[in-house]
Design a protein around this ligand. Structure first.
Ligand SMILES: [Zn+2]
Length: 384
């Protein structure tokens, strides 16, 4: 019984020889298929997808062929496929219908076309393609898109700004005066060699996306409703929960008669849209230089449902409290309006900001923020 050999050489002569042997075996086996049952065995032996002769020549000849021989081998394999299909069809006892003949002639002529067109530079479109792996969205980017789309649905527009900022936009205009202790909480990386410049013009890597609030208000009169996704930096050594580079999504709404109720209603809605309609929100007082009053918002733990426990185990993400701190927010400090020429007697507004990486960590149960930035495909492809 014929078996497909591995080829030692892919030269034209070696191919001719191999093809000749294969065709001889085909002819002989076709002739001995006298009844329907024999013919089916014959057909499966040559054409079965799993280990039929055609599949084997594809694997042992075409796939194994060196790059320079691929075209030549591909052409012969295609011709063999046409011949085998034709022979198997023809050898069926008592048949060979008009339909299959027509079918065969189409296949045969396609074979001829391919064979004639395949000059040295021709592209053989019948060769198997090269499979390229599909990428997927990075989990942090995916989370940022989700947060942004919640606010876009509320009518917010998206704004972006420079990652390298001046001291003025990153600190001063946000009500962090020079030497104010709140600057210590946002130590960052400064661009070297700027000692000659006045402090407010010195460049640094922004510590938050808030400078974009100032930049937007400078060029836009109220009402303002914006959401700001972006990359930020802090002078933090990397560990499981810190990274010198991370991502924020920040929002700002300024108009007449905006109150703390609007802030609470908006953020409560957003958290339900992000984490499910059953989450509750809670606010507690906090401090940020650019908002007054300021608050930290917590959501009821969407992992343990607020119970602090998962079965008999303690719930780690909420540290058994049933609440997860998720963002900082507050009413825009009237001092900030002074920097952008808004009249604090006429307008009011709120701002909020959240860490996109932290939310992605919570959503996907990731235990080390570094995994997001190591570029390990084995980690990232789990989110595809
Ligand atoms: Zn919990």
């Amino acid at each position: 019984m014929y078996t497909v050999p591995k080829l030692k050489s892919f030269s034209a002569a070696a191919l001719d020889k191999a093809v000749e042997k294969l065709l001889a075996a085909l002819k002989q086996e076709a002739a001995s298929a006298k009844n329907e049952a024999d013919w089916k065995i014959f057909r499966d032996r040559w054409m079965a997808r799993k280990n039929g002769v055609l599949t084997e020549i594809n694997d042992l000849w075409l796939k194994a062929a060196p790059k320079e021989a691929k075209r030549e081998v591909g052409q012969r394999v295609n011709e063999l496929k046409a011949t085998v299909t034709q022979t198997v069809d023809k050898s069926r006892p008592g048949t060979a219908t008009a339909v299959s003949r027509a079918d065969l002639s189409v296949k045969a002529s396609l074979g001829t076309v391919v064979a004639t067109a395949a000059g040295p530079d021709a592209l053989d479109i019948t060769l198997p393609g090269i499979r390229r792996p599909l990428g997927s969205e990075h989990p942090v980017i995916k989370t940022m898109h989700e947060i942004v789309s919640v606010f876009r649905n509320l009518g917010y527009s998206v704004q972006e700004g420079p990652v390298i900022e001046t001291d003025y936009y990153n600190f001063e205009a946000l009500n962090f005066p020079p030497n104010h202790p709140a600057r210590d909480t946002q130590d960052t990386l400064f661009i070297a060699g700027q000692e000659a410049k006045p402090q407010r013009e010195r460049l640094l890597l922004r510590t938050h996306t808030s400078p974009v609030q100032i930049r937007t208000m400078e060029k836009m009169k109220p009402p303002v409703r914006i959401v700001i996704p972006g990359k930020v930096h802090r002078n933090d050594p990397p560990d499981a929960s810190h990274s010198p580079m991370f991502h924020q999504v920040e929002g700002l709404a300024v108009d007449t008669n905006i109150t703390f109720c609007d802030l609470k209603g908006t953020l409560d809605h957003a958290m339900k849209a992000l984490f499910g309609s059953s989450v509750k929100t809670s606010f507690r007082p906090s401090f940020f230089p650019f908002t007054e009053p300021s608050a930290e918002m917590m959501v009821s733990c969407f992992i343990c449902g607020g119970s602090g426990k998962r079965g008999s185990e303690p719930c780690r993400p909420c540290k058994q409290t049933g609440w997860i701190e998720i963002l900082g927010c507050g009413m825009v400090d009237p001092n900030v309006y002074g920097f952008v020429d808004y009249d604090p007697r006429k307008v009011s507004g709120f701002a909020f900001g959240m860490g996109a990486d932290r939310i992605a960590i919570l959503k996907y149960g990731v235990h080390d923020i570094q995994l997001f930035f190591n570029g390990d495909v084995r980690f990232l492809e789990q989110f595809g």
